[in-house]
Write a protein that binds this ligand. Structure first.
Ligand code: MN
Length: 208
């Protein structure tokens, strides 16, 4: 079965004014669609890999046939990262203070504000295109880090809990070169319930 775009659970304009409708439309229906198509094209050369979850392919990249390894890394990464991204966004403003998980964040980074600062700094300092992440490491610790291009944290054996796309295509129409304003806006549209769910699932994840 070919991989398909997931359905968005909100309208293109639902995240305004923080992310504008046009950016959402192009990001989802063009960029994410292209990653999906190119990921499928790569797997067409080794169709048995369609049976595996995309996440599993990324977590075991060294086992992927060499002729499609880079395509799986880039387009498979793009496919998975964007599926993940749409889910951790929410049009309904949620307070992180309602989370049980907040205690874990505050303990790991000394306060929620410090966590926010560190995550924003990571997103800000990623040179060129990439992502900022809050992940759970193999030894079940929270960590903030960033990846270049469409590299998934799974490649490094880390499980994403929260992620921010800092490719220019994610913000340029509304924010132009002002990445800092886009990062600041992001804090208004995070689906904290989903982030907490990601954390609880990551705790159960078994590394191979
Ligand atoms: Mn993107």
């Amino acid at each position: 079965m070919k991989h398909t775009l997931p359905k968005l659970s909100y309208a293109y304009n639902a995240l305004e004014p923080f992310i504008d409708a046009k950016t959402m439309e192009i990001h989802y229906s063009k960029h994410h669609q292209t990653y999906t198509d190119k990921f499928n094209e790569a797997l067409d050369k080794h169709p048995d890999l369609f049976d595996k979850k995309p996440e599993e392919l990324l977590a075991n990249l060294s086992t992927i046939p060499e002729d499609i390894r880079a395509a799986v890394r880039n387009h498979g990464g793009g496919y998975v990262n964007h599926c993940f991204f749409w889910e951790i966004l929410s049009p309904k403003k949620q307070k992180p203070s309602d989370l049980t998980f907040l205690k874990v964040i505050s303990k790991s980074f000394s306060s929620f504000e410090k966590f926010k600062e560190q995550f924003s700094a990571s997103a800000m300092s990623r040179f060129g295109s990439g992502w900022a992440w809050l992940v759970l490491t193999k030894d079940k610790k929270l960590e903030i880090y960033s990846t270049a291009n469409q590299d998934s944290p799974l490649i490094d054996g880390k499980i994403a809990l929260l992620g921010l796309d800092v490719w220019e295509h994610a913000y340029y129409l509304k924010y132009q070169n002002k990445r800092a304003d886009y990062i600041a806006a992001f804090w208004n549209i995070i689906n904290w319930k989903k982030v907490e769910e990601n954390y609880l699932n990551a705790l159960k994840y078994r590394h191979q």
